[in-house]
Ligand binder design. Structure first.
Ligand code: URA
Length: 239
């Protein structure tokens, strides 16, 4: 396995950051500084980063029901609660797959498998994601139709989405809409509803490919089975 990928898999850094470590001379293989970015790590090689030996971890995969008010990154400069706080007792160096906004709840995957994370988040693979949005205004066929054709956000059209109206409250002028998308652009769902004049008040992701949140209360997580992981991989590869 290529050295930068090896380091990423071991949870040391992203592949790009691992390359920087290699270029900086911080990585040794069998005691020698390794500057060849294309070096293939062989079994039996001793890899060290800043004089600390790296052990490749077994890949692990979790699904977390992220509560609102939690950041979906590894650390936060303002010291707010992050998804990592739920996994303090887990020895592997896992991180979130993609992002959910601070005020969005729901399904997020966590892993230490960089390749898997790349596969899930790469725009080419288009894993299906289902969201439930509580929006301001009365959702109906007319104002939601553009979502099925694509709306322009940040200067680029979204791919066709599927919606289902779950609830319409005529007196409060609020609606609940389920939206299925195949992309993962920044604040995508909020921006899509904004584009059709229905600002999101509350958002939750309830499905990710073949997975949903059955049995998981906010703040709870569980490990994925091998079968669930391969179902996700197959879904991403379109198999
Ligand atoms: N779309 C959003 O707007 N926010 C999220 O957290 C996820 C998708």
């Amino acid at each position: 396995m290529r050295i930068n990928k090896y380091l990423a898999h071991a949870g040391v850094a992203s592949r790009r950051k691992a390359e920087e470590l290699i270029k900086a001379g911080d990585v040794t293989v069998n005691g020698d500084v390794m500057t060849d970015l294309a070096y293939q790590v062989k079994s039996g090689d001793t890899v060290e980063v800043k004089q600390t030996q790296i052990y490749k971890e077994e890949p692990v995969y979790y699904v977390l029901n992220k509560p609102r008010g939690v950041i979906s990154s590894v650390s936060d400069e303002k010291d707010r609660k992050t998804v990592m706080d739920f996994f303090r007792h887990i020895p592997e160096r896992i991180y979130p797959v993609g992002r959910l906004d601070w005020d969005t709840s729901g399904l997020i995957l966590m892993t230490n498998d960089g390749e898997f994370a790349n596969l899930m988040t790469h725009p080419r693979h288009e894993i299906e994601k289902v969201y439930i949005a509580k929006v301001e205004g009365q959702a109906n066929k007319e104002n939601l139709r553009p979502l099925t054709q694509g709306v322009k956000i940040d200067g680029r059209k979204t791919k066709p989405a599927i919606y289902q109206i779950i609830k319409q409250d005529i007196s409060t002028k609020k609606s609940v809409v389920q939206l299925t998308i195949h992309e993962g652009r920044n604040h995508q769902v909020k921006k899509m509803f904004e584009a059709v004049g229905l600002p999101v008040q509350k958002l939750s992701r309830v499905q990710y490919g073949t997975l949903d949140l059955t049995g998981l209360q906010p703040g709870e997580f569980r490990r994925l089975s091998k079968k669930e992981v391969s179902q996700l991989v197959n879904a991403a590869k379109g198999i």
